[in-house]
Each structure stands twice: as C-alpha cells, then as structure tokens.
Design a binder for this molecule. Structure first.
Ligand code: FES
Ligand code: FES
Length: 162
C-alpha cells in the first residue's frame, strides 16, 4: 500500500492536487514540490519566522505544518503578493524604507505583516513590534522594517489598498 496521500490545496489562487508523503513539511511541499521558493527555510523549528505563509488567511509557520494538513486549505505565499513589476503596497513600502538587506527574512516578514495589517489595519508602533516579535532578521534591520509597516498602515489610513 502506498504511503503517499493525495492532497488538494489552493496556493495563491491556483488549485493543486499532489501525492505526498505524510512526513513532508508544508515548507518543503511549497519549495520542492510546487517550486515556490519564495518561502524561505531557516531554523525549521518554528523559531525564526522565515517560512511564514498564510493558511486560510492566518499567518502560520510552514515548517511546523505537514503538507497533508494543508489538504482542503487556502495557502498564500509571498509569490501571491505582487510581481517585480507590480509590487504590492506593502512591498513598495519595504523597498521605499530599505526594510531588507540580504532579504532572507523578507518573505516571512511580509506575510506576517499582511496578517498583522489585516487584524490591525492602523497598527500602532507597539502593535507592529509585537506582531513582528516572532520574526528574526539576521541583518538586524528591525527599525527599517517597523518604518515600512508603519508607512503601510498610514497608507491604509488614507486608502484601504494595503
Ligand atoms: S524555518 Fe520555520 S520558523 Fe524558522
Ligand atoms: S534582511 Fe537579512 S535577514 Fe533580514
């Protein structure tokens, strides 16, 4: 009997059906099975936040999920935010405020911020810092990241386009 399980999941609006091993992590499913390498893998222990994606709209660590747990769910990754020629408003603020250096933490930071700004559209600095407290930036660019999210929240205040 095959050890594989067939799962159906929507990733960035596209429906996928794949046969996977039960032990396959969601992060590896996204990166290796679907080729969506925008989701980064750092610690693989739920500590760094680099692998953060949205599962049914809520931020979650893809390294702490098995792919089989994504069956029937809607996943959003950084590839679904914008393109190099058409950045999302949040990505534009990250660029504007130099909120990335090596960029390794950036996909996880962005996906965490999407969830944060959905829950707190006009997030205060305290809410931003608290919301990002589970994401590590090894380049220590936290101040610029907070500035970018602050600007995205202000942009939301002017127009709900964030
Ligand atoms: S790789 Fe998932 S939290 Fe670090
Ligand atoms: S920009 Fe390098 S880890 Fe954050």
């Amino acid at each position: 009997m095959s050890k594989h399980r067939t799962i159906k999941a929507t990733v960035n609006g596209i429906a996928y059906e794949r046969s996977v091993e039960p032990r396959l992590l969601l992060s590896d499913f996204l990166r290796q099975t679907l080729g969506l390498t925008g989701t980064h893998v750092g610690c693989e222990h739920g500590v760094c936040g680099a692998c953060t994606v949205l599962i049914d709209g809520d931020s979650a660590r893809a390294c702490l999920y098995f792919a089989v747990q994504a069956d029937g769910r809607h996943i959003e990754t950084v590839e679904g935010l914008g393109t190099i020629d058409d950045l999302s408003p949040l990505q534009q603020e990250f660029r504007e405020h130099h909120a990335l250096q090596c960029g390794f933490c950036t996909p996880g930071m962005l996906m965490t911020c999407v969830d944060l700004l959905k829950k707190y559209p006009l997030a205060s600095d305290a809410e931003i810092r608290d919301g990002l407290s589970g994401n590590l930036c090894r380049c220590t660019g936290y101040e610029h990241i907070v500035r970018a999210v602050r600007a995205a929240a202000a942009r939301r205040g002017r127009k709900d386009d964030g």
